[in-house]
Design a protein around this ligand. Structure first.
Ligand code: SF4
Length: 66
């Protein structure tokens, strides 16, 4: 599974990093999120799905493969 954050939509609510702290990194400046890695580690998939659901801006896109 791959994850992307749309930087135009992200408003820095940081909810994604609360759901999946190992999968998202937050900017020290504005709190905007970027994926720690585009490829989601297998053990992180459920947390990243939850993060995508929790994002108020719908800024997180998941790409399921196979
Ligand atoms: S929850 Fe959404 S808007 Fe908030 S930091 Fe994460 S990606 Fe950005």
């Amino acid at each position: 599974m791959k994850v992307r954050v749309d930087s135009e939509r992200c408003q820095g609510h940081t909810l994604c990093a609360i759901s999946a702290p190992d999968a998202f990194e937050l900017s020290d400046i504005d709190g905007h999120a970027t994926p720690a890695s585009e490829d989601v580690a297998p053990g992180q998939e459920d947390k990243v799905r939850e993060a995508a659901r929790s994002c108020p801006e719908r800024a997180i896109t998941l790409l399921d493969q196979g």
